[in-house]
Each structure stands twice: as C-alpha cells, then as structure tokens.
Design a protein around this ligand. Structure first.
Ligand SMILES: *Cc1c(COP(=O)(O)O)cnc(C)c1O
Length: 430
C-alpha cells in the first residue's frame, strides 16, 4: 500500500467553520495490515483478499484526491443537509442539574443532531461515501446487510441518488418485524432478499452478503454498515463518519468557546461513536464515553455488550471483542434497540478500550426507555432507542460534573422507527 497521509486528528484545523472542516482522511491508523494493536486484520477466505486490496487501493487514491472529497462534500451539504446542528439541550440540562449529587453540579448537555440528517440517522454519511467509491471502481451493483433496516434504507437511498443497483440481505425474522423499512427500501428501488438461515437476523444476513460478494466481486461492491469487518472497512467507515466529530469540534469552539469536557455516544458496531470520537482522540482533556446495550441483565444472552462483558475473538472477518462462550461460539444477544443488538464491535473500539483512551459502560433496556421518554418530554425530540442509551449516560454523568462543564451527546438517530416498540414497552394505547 502507498505511504499513508498523516492522521486526521493531527491534521484537523479546529478553528475553521464546520462546513469547511478539512476532510483529509487517513489510513495511518490502522497499520498497513489493518491492525489496531492486536485487533482488526483480515480473517476471510482467499477469494475476498483481492477485492479488499482493490478497495484499499481505490480508497487510498480517492482520499488523496480533492475532487473526491468535493463530490462528497456537495452531497453532504445539499442532499444530507450537513452540517447538522449542535443543539444546547437547556431543559434536559436543567433536569440533570436538579438531580445532581452536589450543589453547583450538573453539566450542560448538548446534542449533535444526526437525527436531522436525511433518512434520520448518521448511517447516510457512510453509504454516500462508499457509493461514490463504488462508482470510482466502476462497480454498478451494490449489496448490503441490514438488521432493523436502517442501514438498508441508507444504502438504498445512496444507490437511488447515484444510479446504482441495490440488493439488501435481511433476516426473514427482521423482514417481518421491520415492515416499514422493507417498504421504504422497495420504494427506493432496492431488492430486499430475505435470509432464512440460522436465527434469521443480522448475523445471518451478514454471512449471506459475504457469500454473495465472494461470487460477485468483479461487478459488485459490498457497503458494510458499521466500523466492523475485515480491513479496510473499519477505517473507511470511520473516516466517512468522522465528519460528525469534525463538525462538533468547530461548533463547540464557536458555541462554548472551549472544547467539550466529555463526549458520549452509543455503541452497536461502533460507527456513530467512532465518527464523533475520532476528531478528539488526540485531545486528551476530552473524556470519551461509549455506551453499550445492557439489555435485561449481565447474564449471557441478556445483553449486547462485548466491550464490557466479552473477550477477544474473531467475528465477520476481524479480531475484536466478541460475546462468545468457552468454545468460541458466538453468544445470543438481546437489546430493546435493534441497532445495538450485535455480538461484536469494531476493532478500533477494542483498541481504544485496551489503551484506556475511551471509557465504555452499559445502559439497561429500562434505563434507555426512561431516557427515551425524558428527551421527548423535556426537549420535544423523540430519539432512536439506540440513542436513548447515550442520553441516559449523559444525564447520569452530568450530575457528577461541575455546572460550568459541557457534555456533547451524539444524537445518532430519530425515534419514529421505534414508536411501536416503545408503545408496547410503555403500555401506551394507540
Ligand atoms: C444503526 C444505529 C446505531 C448503531 O450502530 P453504530 O454503528 O454503533 O453507530 C445507533 N444509532 C442509530 C440511530 C442507528 O441507526
């Protein structure tokens, strides 16, 4: 591979307005083998190595080409609606202050409004970037995996806009549960392929998408949905999502006239968290906190918290923290939010955990549900259930921090998709 450009976080000019924040991406972390310390790498069949090499090379060239970033910047601005606002959540902060442990405690909470991005979540940042890469490679056919359908919808949206054919693998069980997103994908011109194997959910859809790719790499690009999978996917997805953190930094300096003291984000595969953390990795005064799905309990099968409760292993092509039993069999997972319901996590998060740069914690289903209602009632914002995990931790943390400090929460998505599930859990009659 060619000499990598300098790391994004070192090159970021924090004083520029967020719309002009430099988009210089990097492959300096991970190393040339795709390793973040002991994590990452490529654990895939031989047939995929050539495709991954080609992808890494095309991405390397694109990231050194201003025209590529200009094209992406235009789409982000006029199609996605970036920059998304950094919103001062005054009433939520007041609530935190009222419940603070001590006098003069209760930090101010700000929301990075990815829920206002087109299609209602951060996932579009990645799918647009990868769809542009596919065009560069001359690949007109796109495949993707999806769980709840959010990544499927974001992929179908990017494909419709850029004139690419789109096939989305989705567990048959999820097709049944997430009818609305199936219809959205079909309206956008995508073909949804129900997967009948295994538990008929995200893990099986991912296996099926990888199988397709092994036989179709010549014509097909696989748009992976989070900072997971074999190298170079974790670095590419992180770079496309890192616009969130670059905007946040510029907006913080303008609105708070300082860096935030802490940044909080929920962690499923880890893309929205990596996206907001990455620009701050070198800013050691800024605490970074990732929140995993604590589910019903810390017993095996009751949660989806590999960083907190798992151990290193291999899943979907890379080495990372994984929920597995003593024989290395992947464990079942549970979370009230479909987007966090995954037994693995991105390799870079595993590295950040082991190097103690990022703190990881859990939030239970009940706590997330309470935070979901709290944000709706205090601010008039219905968040995704995934996002509600981060909101809970931010409110708790704010109570421990002095009132002149600032917390930014990544508001990763809006909650329209979750209203039926929330109504069921909260006993709201419709
Ligand atoms: C998919 C999703 C997540 C979880 O995925 P990450 O890769 O961890 O970001 C979180 N929030 C929302 C709104 C999502 O749609």
């Amino acid at each position: 591979m060619a000499t990598p450009p300098p790391p994004t976080h070192a090159a970021t000019d924090a004083t520029s307005p967020e719309s002009e924040a430099p988009v210089r991406a990097t492959m300096a972390v991970p190393d040339a083998d795709g390793r973040f310390g002991q994590f990452g790498g490529r654990y895939v069949p031989e047939t995929l190595i050539a495709a991954l090499d080609q992808l890494a090379e095309v991405y390397q060239k694109a990231s050194n080409d201003e025209r590529f970033w200009d094209d992406l910047r235009q789409l982000e601005k006029h199609f996605t609606g970036r920059p998304t606002p950094l919103y001062r959540a005054e009433s939520l902060s007041r609530h935190a202050r009222k419940h603070a442990d001590k006098k003069n405690h209760g930090a101010t909470i700000w929301l990075k409004r990815e829920d206002l991005a087109h299609t209602g979540a951060h996932k579009i940042n990645n799918t647009l970037g990868q769809a542009l890469l596919a065009k560069r490679m001359g690949k007109k056919r796109i495949i993707a995996e999806t769980g709840a359908g959010q990544h499927g919808v974001a992929t179908a949206t990017a494909c419709a806009n850029l004139g690419l054919e789109c096939y989305v693998y989705m567990g048959a069980e999820d097709v049944r549960r997430q009818h609305l997103n199936v219809v959205r994908m079909k309206l956008l011109g995508a073909t949804v392929i129900p997967v009948e194997s295994g538990s008929k959910t995200l893990k099986d859809a991912t296996n099926e998408a990888m199988r397709d790719w092994m036989g179709s790499v010549e014509t097909t690009h696989y748009i992976l949905g989070s900072v997971v999978g074999p190298h170079p996917f974790p670095a590419i997805v992180r770079d496309f999502q890192s616009i969130i953190g670059r905007e946040t930094k510029a907006q913080s300096l303008r609105h708070m006239e300082a860096m935030p003291n802490a940044i909080v984000a929920c962690v499923g595969g880890g893309s929205n968290a990596a996206g907001i953390f990455f620009a701050f990795i070198e800013d050691h005064d800024v605490r970074l906190i990732g929140v995993e799905a604590g589910g019903r309990s810390s017993n095996a099968g009751d949660h989806a918290a590999p960083l907190t409760l798992g151990s290193p292993g291999v899943l979907h092509g890379s080495m990372s923290y994984v929920l597995q039993d003593a024989d290395g069999q992947t464990q079942n997972v549970h979370s009230c939010s479909a987007g966090l319901d995954y037994p693995g996590v991105g390799p870079e998060h595993s590295y950040w955990k082991d190097t103690a740069r990022v703190e990881y914690t859990v939030c239970t289903d009940d706590e997330a549900l309470a935070a979901f209602t709290l944000l709706a009632r205090t601010e008039g914002i219905i968040p995704a259930l995934e996002t509600a995990h981060a909101i809970h931790e931010a409110v708790r943390l704010a109570g421990e921090m002095p009132s002149d400090q600032h917390i930014v929460v990544n508001c990763s998505g809006r909650g329209d998709k979750d209203v039926d599930e929330a109504a069921r859990l909260l006993g709201i009659e419709s």
